[in-house]
Design a protein around this ligand. Structure first.
Ligand code: DGL
Length: 271
């Protein structure tokens, strides 16, 4: 058990199915460069977007419970919109440490749009969540919110972080899933409501037929994490950060360079 601890300072644990959480981690690293990190990827459960609410609601709290027991983090960030919109409350009720969620940035989009037409790109599970309906009625009741599920974009982002060139046909069809809808021609702001999608932000911008703001909540989440951990004293230099997967370790080697950018050089399997 001792060999899974990072020095004396409890780590921040980031959780997603795959590499999507890196879009949240990268903003957090800007504020807390030396915070020890455990990055947990539930590759065995990927894709969450295609699973039922029941499956996810039972899987995620159990898995996070095991991860917290093993790594004893100071805080957990669910760096996944699908997991957060379905299981955030339940996870908070079973863990006795702060849990930060990642939910669609509908409020920011509503403040930003000039045309009043907002798009939301997410997984199949996220776009149908009552959590999203509630955010829409609380913060964007006077706006038109177009939703589109783009599950294949998750794999385009995964491919990019393995060093491959993402398939632009997939990226284009994700954007046209919004722009081809009624009112889509007035779209000026798109919420990237899956943490994988900011990883292909550049490709999405290229695929759009006109300038569209592509927004996500990563900066806000990073500030929330920094605020919740402001009493902590972090190490003076970056330590070796940990990646842990529920899946096989071998396929992860292709992602090593992407993780190395975040000082993640130790790879473990959760058995
Ligand atoms: N990155 C996850 C999210 O933010 C989705 C990936 C998946 O479908 O597994 O929703």
């Amino acid at each position: 058990m001792n060999d899974t601890k990072i020095g004396e300072c409890p780590p921040l644990l980031f959780f997603d199915t795959g590499v999507g959480g890196l879009s949240v981690l990268s903003e957090t690293k800007k504020l807390l460069p030396n915070a020890p990190i455990v990055y947990a990827a539930d590759y065995a459960g990927m894709p969450y977007g295609m699973k039922s609410e029941e499956e996810l609601a039972s899987r995620i709290p159990v898995l996070l419970g095991r991860l917290v027991e093993r790594y004893k983090p100071a805080l957990v960030t669910i760096a996944c919109n699908t997991a957060s919109t379905i299981a955030l409350d339940h996870v908070r009720s079973v863990l006795n440490i702060p849990v930060v969620g990642t939910v669609p940035a509908i409020k920011s989009a509503s403040e930003l749009t000039k045309t009043g037409v907002i798009g939301l790109l997410g997984t199949q599970a996220t776009v149908r969540q009552p959590y999203v309906d509630k955010l829409a009625s609380d913060f964007a009741a006077d706006k038109i919110l177009l939703r589109h599920a783009a599950p294949e974009l998750v794999y385009a982002a995964e491919a990019k972080l393995r060093g491959e060139i993402p398939d632009m046909n997939i990226v284009k069809s994700a954007m046209s899933g919004l722009t081809d809808q009624v009112h889509g021609d007035r779209l000026d702001t798109v919420i990237l409501a899956c943490t994988h999608f900011p990883l292909v932000r550049h490709e999405l911008a290229q695929a759009a037929g006109w300038p569209i703001e592509l927004i996500d909540g990563a900066k806000g989440i990073a500030h929330r994490i920094a605020h919740l951990t402001k009493e902590m004293s972090w190490p003076t230099e970056t330590r070796e950060n940990i990646f842990v997967t529920t899946g096989e370790l071998q396929p992860i080697t292709a992602y090593h360079p992407s993780f190395a950018e975040f000082g993640i050089r130790r790879f473990e399997a959760l058995d």
